[in-house]
Design a protein around this ligand. Structure first.
Ligand SMILES: NC(=O)c1ccc[n+]([C@@H]2O[C@H](COP(=O)([O-])OP(=O)(O)OC[C@H]3O[C@@H](n4cnc5c(N)ncnc54)[C@H](O)[C@@H]3O)[C@@H](O)[C@H]2O)c1
Length: 367
């Protein structure tokens, strides 16, 4: 019986040709136990089904409860994965799920944010992981503070991952989601982009396409210069906060907008985040002010006689309130991810412990 979920799944499968090709090149994965901490939306289904078809056992949990699609998880459980993830699961439940993922005794890890690896490295012993994959800049930064006990392959820094997804998809889909959520475009609005990595660069460029007048705040002087050469107004964060109509954080850092900052913002300002961390703005401090839901994914806060609008609770707007990347763009991401999983299962353990960039030959083969 066809319902909206099965229709969307059929449509999704049809538009992932690179992934399907990449899956055919996977090795026999019998005996591989892959624990995944990742965003769980419908686009992940064809990948996970392909891993199961090759004989892998899979445990799913999430790197961000706000982006979990429960029907995706239910579908994959019916296909035979172990899973402990649901939309908006509280931090304590996620903590438990991460412990369960590790006690499931995985042989390989597939992560977006290094949560499993960080927990494992707090344990005196743990499952003997043969190799892992890390997909995010935030995860790579986190791994920098550890001495990994096994090889971990970084595929965030690949030109086909950051150069396409981070640079071209996040900003575009975030402003698309902004428009769909608020029914507003950015015309006549002063848009402040905080952080000018590839995500911030894409957010700035797409904000202009949606009509915004863009200012960038970036603490790294080289990137601040790059923003100026790209044609943006660049100002210190403290100076531009009171003048923005729309503020987007794209840093991967915590509390970029702090409790005291909320009292300095314009009446009617929109606050949204596309960085990995759900607290790039100090949302907990903002919640001390009177607030209510205005629309799905839009909350109003009354702060000293002014109204502030927070989108998606400060979590990544494009993934929480939107549909994430286009299928054609995400097809590339998924194909590279499949190739990366094939690599860690086939040969990952031959590399020394530590963080390695996923070899070029691995991902170029699936483009
Ligand atoms: N929403 C999504 O779908 C999505 C997709 C890919 C990546 N991300 C996340 O987006 C974030 C940014 O990704 P990126 O690849 O651009 O990372 P990046 O690390 O290259 O860029 C982040 C930038 O933020 C700047 N920054 C940090 N703190 C700042 C501060 N207080 N004031 C001003 N600037 C500050 C840094 O100097 C850096 O230039 C990461 O957390 C990443 O995981 C989100």
């Amino acid at each position: 019986m066809s319902n909206p979920f099965t229709q969307e799944l059929a449509w999704t499968r049809r538009h992932l040709p690179r992934l399907h090709r990449a899956l055919t090149h996977l090795p026999d994965m019998s005996g591989a136990r892959l624990a995944c901490s990742m965003h769980l939306d419908i686009k992940m289904i064809p990948l996970v089904e392909g891993l199961l078809a090759k004989g892998a056992a899979v445990f799913l949990t999430t790197c961000n409860p706000a982006t979990v699609q429960n029907d995706t998880v239910a579908h994959l459980v019916a296909q035979g994965v172990a899973a402990e993830a649901w939309r908006d699961m509280p931090p304590a439940a996620l903590h438990t799920a991460v412990n369960h993922a590790l006690s499931w005794e995985p042989t390989h890890l597939c992560e977006m944010g290094a949560e499993l690896t960080a927990r494992l490295h707090q344990l005196p012993d743990g499952p003997p992981i043969r190799a892992g994959l890390e997909a995010t800049g935030s995860g790579i930064n986190r791994l920098g503070g550890l001495t990994p006990r096994y090889p971990i392959f970084n595929w965030d820094d690949l030109p086909v991952k950051e150069g396409l997804h981070n640079r071209h998809m996040v900003g575009l889909t975030a402003w698309h989601t902004f428009f769909q959520t608020t029914r507003l475009t950015l015309h006549e609005k002063q848009v402040l982009v905080i952080g000018y990595g590839l995500v911030g660069q894409g957010a700035a460029a797409a904000a202009r396409a949606y009509g915004g007048q863009v200012t960038v705040a970036e603490r790294d002087p080289a990137r601040a210069l790059l923003a100026q050469y790209d044609g943006w107004m660049v100002r210190p964060l403290a100076e531009c906060l009171p003048h923005a109509d729309v503020i987007v954080t794209a840093t991967g850092a915590h509390h970029i907008i702090q409790a005291a900052d909320f009292t300095r913002l314009r009446d009617g300002v929109f606050l949204l985040n596309v960085g990995h961390e759900a607290d790039e703005m100090d949302v907990a401090a903002l919640r001390a002010y009177p607030h209510e839901t205005a629309l799905p994914f839009v909350e109003t806060f009354a702060v000293n006689g002014r109204t502030l609008y927070l989108l998606a609770g400060g979590s990544m707007l494009n993934l929480t309130a939107g549909r994430g990347d286009s299928l054609n763009a995400f097809d590339i991401t998924l194909a590279v991810l499949a190739a990366g999983i094939g690599h860690i299962v086939r040969a990952g353990h031959q590399s020394p412990p530590g963080v390695h960039v996923l070899p070029t030959a691995v991902w170029q083969a699936v483009l």
